[in-house]
Design a protein around this ligand. Structure first.
Ligand code: GN1
Ligand code: MG
Length: 535
């Protein structure tokens, strides 16, 4: 490590005095102007991580669904997963180190994580369309340069595309080619194969309106359009040419406000969907003839996919263990439908994609979705090998055909992380193959009325939770109050937890009717959370 060069370059990316940031659920997120030093230092850290695991590491510059003025950065581990938790701590230490301590902290990280300084380092960089992203990506490159790492800058790409590239690179191309063209070809080939077998194949065109949140999804879908089969007609809205990123549009806006995005004209019964700002989340929706808005969120997506996969697994006749992983925010109706009607085991884990991903890895087929629309499906190595063999060699026609559909699903799914483009194609393929309309899909179960609120408190960390964040253990008395209220209503559930990405406490409640939902409005009054600092 050239101490002089480090000193010189880090002085070009000074840390604002008194600023402390944490590597949270989704990496660092803050106002863009506060992040220059963090980017430089994440360039440094990515080099160390790459040397430690002797693999290519990804660095994505994005703040996803947050306002255009914000930005953020996260690192991607070798198989396209989120950064290992032990390194989140190092990231926080390095980001907050004072100028003079930088060298010392880096040496400590190298010792603790047994980094072999003589290894080569290889990094992939991607960024979203925020005005600040290009300059911030350049600061990342400065950090990589100081430590002599090799890098490939992909420029503009979706978050899941970067995760995909990293996995392709570290599996020596087994997962696919580490180029955008490779990504488009792999997904569109699998999708085309799948819809060839749909009952209405070749006869009808499939229209889909997509709200791209004025973000990167619009650019990448436009690039991908020529690869789509002619039956698929997608119309892009909020493509970033006129309006601001994530402003009154995008998957997060639609899910939180339970209403359509601005800038998308929706006719009754038309199938529509929204991506978020970095295209790793998707939700579907439509307006019925009476003008009522219907949202099909991550829970409905997980249910549709589970029904489809379960049928295929039964047909191929293999004993493959399938499960669905959700968080406490999953609508109770979806959990009940999955467990009682579909008879698929459901597991609840803490909020945050890494927890869902980790749990889903325990099964042969692990379907995971957050209610907000982030999710994917993981196939174990053994299950994938088994399915590919059956698709090639099975003598029984029905079994072999089912295995082929599963094989194409494996190729269509981005198994590294939730991917709006890939998830959209998975959903479109399933609807086509099963001959389902969006209304029929929606009718699988009725969501329980629910509310998700957030409030600012003096210190959100006084709330500690257990049981996958469904029960508060501190402050004393809080859970008893919630229990007493919940008891009064049918099918009701409520919980509070401190957010991992914002300085707020989130409150969630659901019950059998809207009237019972008054519970949620009463709750903050019956237990004044704003006084939490008193505990
Ligand atoms: C209720 C909710 O939607 N929470 C979101 C939000 O986490 P919080 O820890 O609740 O702030 O941001 C995470 C990262 O994007 C996402 O994984 C999660 O689902
Ligand atoms: Mg996102």
């Amino acid at each position: 490590m050239d101490a002089e060069a480090l000193k010189k370059y880090s002085a070009l990316h000074p840390k604002p005095a008194g600023l402390t940031l944490h590597y949270g659920t989704a990496g660092f997120r803050a106002r863009a102007e506060q992040l220059d030093h963090v980017m430089f230092r994440m360039g440094l850290l990515a080099v160390l991580r790459s040397k430690a695991v002797v693999s290519t590491i990804g660095i994505m510059v994005t703040a996803s669904h947050n306002p255009e003025e914000d930005n953020g950065v996260k690192l991607v581990d070798p198989l396209g997963e989120m950064l290992h938790p032990s390194w989140e701590e190092y990231a926080t230490q390095l980001a907050n180190a004072e100028e003079g301590e930088l060298q010392k902290i880096m040496t400590e990280i190298c010792q603790k994580a047994a980094v072999n300084q003589h290894e080569d380092a290889s990094l992939f960089i991607g960024r979203d369309t925020r005005p600040s992203s290009e300059k911030l990506a350049q600061s990342v490159i400065d950090g990589i340069f100081v430590l002599g790492g090799q890098y490939h800058d992909y420029g503009l790409m979706t978050t899941p595309q970067l995760h995909y590239m990293v996995r392709c690179q570290n599996t020596q191309g087994q997962y696919g080619r580490a180029t955008l063209e490779g990504y488009y070809e792999k997904l569109s080939k699998a999708f085309t194969e799948l819809i060839k077998q749909s009952p209405s194949s070749g006869e009808s065109q499939r229209y889909l309106k997509i709200d791209c949140a004025n973000g990167i999804g619009a650019l990448k879908l436009s690039e991908m359009k020529p690869y789509f089969p002619k039956e698929v007609l997608i119309h892009l809205y909020n493509d970033g040419t006129k309006e601001k990123l994530n402003h009154l549009c995008g998957a997060d806006f639609v899910k939180v406000h339970q209403k359509p995005p601005r800038g998308l004209d929706m006719k009754p019964n038309e199938r529509c969907c929204s991506f978020d700002g970095d295209a790793d989340r998707i939700v579907y929706y439509y307006k019925d003839a009476a003008g009522h808005f219907h949202l099909l969120d991550g829970d409905k997506i997980a249910t549709l996919i589970s029904i489809f996969l379960k049928e295929l697994l039964v047909k191929v006749g293999q004993t493959l263990r399938m499960a669905v992983v959700q968080t406490a925010y999953a609508n109770g109706s979806s959990t009940r439908y999955l467990e009682e009607t579909l008879k698929v085991p459901v597991h609840c884990v803490k909020t945050g994609v890494k927890h869902l991903h980790h749990k889903a890895q325990e099964f042969d087929v692990g379907v995971y979705f957050e209610a907000n629309g982030h999710g994917t499906i993981l196939f174990s190595k053994a299950a994938e090998t088994n399915i590919r063999e059956l698709a090639k060699e099975e003598k029984d026609d029905e079994k072999r055909e089912a295995a082929k559909v599963l094989e194409n699903m494996i190729d269509l799914i981005n198994q590294t992380v939730g991917d709006a483009i890939s998830d959209m194609l998975v959903i479109e393929a399933i609807l086509a193959l099963k001959g389902l309309t969006v209304q029929q899909w929606d009718a699988l179960y009725m969501d329980l009325p629910n509310r998700l609120l957030k409030i600012e408190v003096a210190d959100r960390r006084v709330i500690d939770t257990t049981d996958a964040e469904r029960r508060a253990v501190t402050p004393p008395g809080l859970q008893d109050k919630i229990d007493a209220l919940v008891k009064k209503y049918k099918l009701s559930r409520a919980f509070v937890r401190p957010s991992g990405t914002e300085d707020v406490v989130r409150i969630y409640a659901e019950a059998d009717t809207q009237v019972s939902m008054l519970l949620c409005r009463m709750f903050p009054h019956s237990f004044p959370l704003s006084s939490l600092s008193n505990f």
